[in-house]
Unconditional design. Structure first.
Lengths: 327, 274
């Protein structure tokens, strides 16, 4: 016997949440150009979409925004940012996994305190037709059990608080039929992928990709597990800018696909597009598995959908795996 | 100390010395003396030094841990942050995070002969080791320094080299000598080739990476083991804690696994040598 909510009551539940906390979730915008779906602040429950397609930007933006102040400074003093509690509501399991792995990246081996303070304030509600698993770190997990119901699983005090004593949640003896989506994991989770990619430095696929790739960096921005960044200072123009400098240290997304990413004063470690593409795959499928034990990919497909050159990492990985088999 | 970004320390400029045309040595003290007393680092480690409004740059501490609570860095004016550091005057405040990275001297085996090879401003990070040995001769066996630059004008810490030769064998070389030059003339690699080096010595090299491959070859030809040849690498780091990805070399991070790497660790790395 577990708690569940009727699908038709979900909008009332969202209204309750919106009233108490700043809440962000998937919405639909039919006029949008790149994707009809995006994560945005939920102001009305009816804006929320239960089943969303690929959003351009994954929910990582709530923990690791495209551009953010690490701290502000004024009159020589450093002013840390103030974070308040907020809710990210209704991400699917795939995006939830992306956040779970991003948490690991920013907490090991050395924790990033700036990310940690944002994460401490984020409450997460995941909604998916698949059951919860241990690569999700959320407060509440709602499993779409059948057309009429969502099964509730709580994983924190906050999650408990949301459902316990809430009239919208009731006990149901019977769990309806659960639709289980097929997870295509044969390529990204190939057991020898790291080794294959490490040995593929001179494979012709990298030359071929370099001919079509625009090196625009979109694949990094849209990826739930790309996290490289640039950090520099932004200064406000004030009457006395020379003596009283006021501004902030800004962290913003970078991309290893951009020309100067690995440049130093005397040289560039990856001057060619080919070097940078190889590094992109190397990071996701060699460096990250060795560093953290998981690849830098949750197979969400955003980088395929939004790549202006139509590069498909699954094709690339399949080719490398196939060629390795034929050796 | 603020906890916004990994031990942010506020420091005050206490001394500025010009080292060559483009490089200055800056000496700092901690604004909060309690922090200065608690701060520890080992030779070879670096800090992210920043001037508010101009960002940060990765710099290796050039003084020995025993010289704390004051410390020095050598700054070559190249970018926004380093240019701002050059504008600092005595009394001006700056901030830093750190220390980051591994230490050079703990990698090398205690008691063995130590050969330091520096090119240009590559002498700066090695100075922390030289000062450490100056104050405690038991750290290594025989100490030698081979230091080269384009011209005598390019060499740094010239005023100190004489004092170092009291406890170390110091060999200086320049590509192009002037009238007053008394050291060797010729490429650093040529001088190294001629030098007598014990095959059990530990070598630490810091300088322009173009010379690294050649230096590694000379030293291995002289019988030094790959794990006893250590190179200091430079990358344009942003975080210092293995996140921002700017310093990766294959599976290694210069900020976490380095900045000092043994030749054994990086000789097959596809992007360590620039």
């Amino acid at each position: 016997m577990s708690l569940s909510i009727q699908t038709k009551d979900l909008k009332h539940f969202i209204t309750e949440v919106i009233e108490k906390w700043p809440t962000y979730g998937p919405i639909e915008d039919k006029t949008a150009v790149s994707s009809r779906y995006r994560f945005a602040k939920l102001t009305k429950a009816k804006d929320f979409v239960l089943h969303y397609g690929p959003t351009v930007i994954p929910p990582k933006k709530y923990l690791f925004p495209a551009k953010e102040d690490v701290f502000r400074f004024e009159k020589g003093e450093i002013l840390p940012p103030t974070n308040r509690e907020f809710v990210v509501f209704g991400v699917n399991k795939r995006d939830g996994e992306g956040l779970f792995y991003l948490d690991k990246v920013f907490s090991t081996p050395v924790p990033d305190p700036h990310y940690a303070s944002r994460r401490k304030n984020m409450r997460l509600v995941v909604i998916d037709s698949l059951p919860p698993s241990n690569n999700i770190d959320c407060d509440l997990y709602l499993q779409i059990a059948d057309k009429g119901h969502l099964e509730a699983y709580t994983f924190s005090e906050f999650g408990e608080k949301l459902v316990r004593g809430n009239k919208l949640f009731g006990h149901r003896a019977e769990v309806g039929s659960i639709s289980v989506r097929h997870m295509p994991d044969d390529v990204v989770f190939h057991p020898r992928l790291a080794e294959i990619i490490e040995k593929s430095r001179n494979h012709p696929v990298w030359d071929r990709l370099a001919e079509t790739c625009f090196a625009c960096g979109i694949c990094s921005y849209v990826c739930p597990l790309c996290y490289c960044y640039e950090e520099d200072d932004k200064v406000a123009i004030t009457p006395d800018v020379a003596n009283d400098i006021k501004g902030s240290r800004v962290r913003r997304w970078d991309s290893c696909m951009l020309p100067d990413f690995a440049a130093v004063s005397f040289a560039n470690a990856r001057p060619e597009v080919k070097d940078r593409i190889y590094n992109w795959y190397y990071h996701k499928f060699v460096r990250m598995p060795r560093e953290f034990g998981f690849p830098g990919c949750v197979d969400c497909g955003r980088c395929i959908v939004f790549c202006p050159a139509k590069i498909n990492y699954r094709d690339v990985l399949e080719e490398l795996i196939a060629d390795d088999r034929h050796k | 100390m603020t906890d916004t970004n990994n031990n942010m320390y506020q420091i005050e400029t206490v001394k500025i010395v010009g080292l060559n045309k483009t490089t200055k040595s800056l000496r700092f003290k901690f604004v909060d003396s309690k922090q200065g007393k608690a701060f520890v680092f080992t030779p070879g480690q670096f800090i992210m030094l920043g001037v508010l409004g101009y960002g940060e740059a990765a710099l290796t501490i050039t003084t020995a841990p025993a010289e704390l609570p004051e410390f020095e860095v050598a700054v070559r004016s190249t970018g926004n942050a380093t240019k701002a550091m050059h504008r600092l005057t005595v009394g001006d405040k700056a901030y830093f995070r750190g220390p980051f990275g591994n230490s050079t001297i703990s990698n090398s085996k205690y008691g063995q002969d130590l050969l330091l090879i520096a090119g240009g401003i590559g002498l700066a990070p090695l100075r922390s080791i030289i000062h450490t040995i100056r104050d405690d001769k038991t750290v290594v066996g025989k100490l030698a320094l081979i230091y080269g630059g384009k011209t005598p004008e390019d060499l740094i810490y010239k005023a100190e080299l004489g004092a170092w030769s009291k406890f170390a064998e110091v060999i200086l070389t320049v590509d192009k000598a002037d009238r007053d030059w008394t050291g060797e003339t010729g490429r650093l690699t040529d001088v190294l080739n001629k030098a007598k080096i014990d095959k059990d010595a530990v070598a630490i090299i810091c300088g322009p990476p173009v010379m690294y491959q050649a230096v590694a070859k000379i030293l291995t030809d002289k019988g030094l083991a790959d794990e006893n040849i250590e190179f200091m690498l430079e990358r344009r780091m942003k975080c210092g804690i293995g996140k921002c990805q700017h310093c990766t070399c294959g599976e290694k991070y210069v900020c976490l696994d380095g900045p000092t790497f043994t030749w054994k660790d990086i000789k097959d790395n596809w992007e360590a040598m620039l």
